[in-house]
Design a protein around this ligand. Structure first.
Ligand code: PMP
Length: 422
């Protein structure tokens, strides 16, 4: 029978009676897939768990993935998930196969919630929901839950995602665009006292970090209407730094940048705001339905929530969000210094005080070299550096899970590329 004796990120060493010497077989290899199920069963959980080289260093067959999302995940999380995939903690099945109402998954979702509460210091005044539909669905869910159709809501738009939220909001309430950075190509955040808010607005919506334009709020505006709340889309900087949740009525984030795979959206909502959804609100968008059933009204994205739980655990093990922020400041600092120190060869258009720690967009002064830059970087195993199709240029997304080594390699490549193109 085959028995796994060792593994790397995507391969297993199999001992087989017909192959006395160990044979390395990719986990995605048809050879493994075609093994008889009984033989495959003997690739026991114990055998797989005991060997993955859970090392903080990047393994040689992994690339540096600078994608904006879905994005790179911590290597230790991937290896842990791999080791638990086939037989989750002795249950005899994988997380993907088990009931979302069983004790194992109950443990997973409860741990995910409690670790997230610890990470962000979320009080009992807030519900934490694990939902589907992406952050895009929240563009509608927010006004549907917080407003009547005739209520006003204010939007500060600092990039494309905030603009999408505003446009969707217009369908369900009287959404006002009170500031837009579009004319300046979304490179700024306004001084808050210069923006005139609607005194009757039910909420003020911001996008905490604009993934495409690389513009990030460093502090937060306060709604003028004392009964209004601040709502933030934090999809692309969620859990990248400490946040005072009590300043917000609603925070929402798609997981697939900093905390997990696509398929789950986390909503943190103050409990007193729940229960007033417009009558037309679909059940799947009603916060009360999900809060009352602890995110288990229907089948949740179990595997995605499980990966989030592993990521939250990893973030706590690293010392929590204050430590994570220090690392992110350092990583982003290295990259912005390289751009600013290039004598104009590389240019980041975003105003310095609001530059994102997560998404670093830049252009090359000689724009005709950008394609070559991206292609050569890819050959060096630095992938997904192309800027969003709407803006072009280069964008390096350096979320929590991007190792220092990735940023250092990119900076070394940038310097070398510049030297080769005087
Ligand atoms: N908001 C922001 C800031 C994003 O970056 C994205 C996705 N890139 C979205 C919303 C949309 O998220 P989803 O694809 O999960 O709907």
């Amino acid at each position: 029978m085959a028995a796994a004796t060792s593994s790397s990120a995507n391969s297993l060493l199999l001992h087989h009676p017909l192959h006395p010497s160990p044979k390395r077989i990719s986990l995605f290899s048809p050879k493994l897939i075609s093994l008889h199920p009984k033989r495959l069963a003997s690739i026991s959980c114990a055998a797989v768990t005991s060997h993955p080289p859970v090392s903080p260093s990047i393994s040689s067959d992994r690339v540096f993935n600078f994608a904006a999302g879905p994005a790179t995940l911590p290597e230790s999380v991937l290896l842990k998930a791999q080791s638990e995939l086939y037989n989750y903690r002795g249950s005899g099945m994988s997380i993907m196969e088990m009931s979302h109402r069983g004790k194992e998954f109950d443990g997973v979702i409860k741990k995910a919630e409690s670790d997230l509460r610890t990470l962000l210091g979320i009080s009992d005044d807030y519900a934490v929901l694990f939902l589907q539909g992406g952050a895009t669905t929240q563009f509608a869910a927010v006004p549907l839950n917080l407003c009547k159709p005739e209520d006003a809501a204010d939007y500060i738009v600092t990039g494309s995602w905030g603009d999408k939220a505003f446009k969707e909001g217009q369908k369900y309430c009287k959404a006002n665009l009170i500031w837009s950075g579009k004319a300046e190509k979304y490179t700024k955040i306004p001084p808050f006292d210069s923006v005139e808010q609607n005194p009757d607005a039910r909420f003020l919506h911001i996008c905490g970090n604009e993934t495409i334009h690389g513009v990030e709020f460093k502090d937060y505006p306060v709604p003028k209407n004392k009964d209004a709340i601040l709502v933030a889309d934090m999809s692309s900087n969620f859990c990248s730094k400490p946040v005072d949740v009590s300043k917000f009525g609603v925070i929402y984030a798609g997981a697939q940048k900093n905390v997990g795979p696509s398929g789950v959206t986390i909503v943190i909502v103050r409990k007193d705001l729940i229960g007033n959804a417009q009558p037309i609100t679909p059940v799947m968008l009603d916060y009360k339905i999900h809060a009352d059933s602890a995110s288990l009204y229907n089948t949740p994205p179990c595997f995605a929530i499980y990966i989030c739980a592993l990521v939250f655990e990893d973030l706590l093990e690293q010392g929590g969000l204050a430590e994570i922020e220090k690392k992110n400041l350092k990583k982003a600092g290295i990259l912005y210094d390289a751009i600013d120190g290039s004598g104009g060869f590389y240019v980041c258009p975003v105003e310095r005080s609001v530059r994102s720690l997560m998404n670093v967009p830049f252009t090359l002064q000689k724009s005709e070299l950008e394609k070559k830059f991206i292609e050569e970087a890819a050959k060096e195993n630095m992938l997904q550096l192309k800027g969003h199709r709407s803006v072009g240029g280069v964008r390096a997304s350096i979320y929590n899970a991007m190792p220092f080594a990735g940023v250092e390699k990119l900076v070394a490549f940038m310097k070398d590329f510049q030297a080769r193109h005087p």
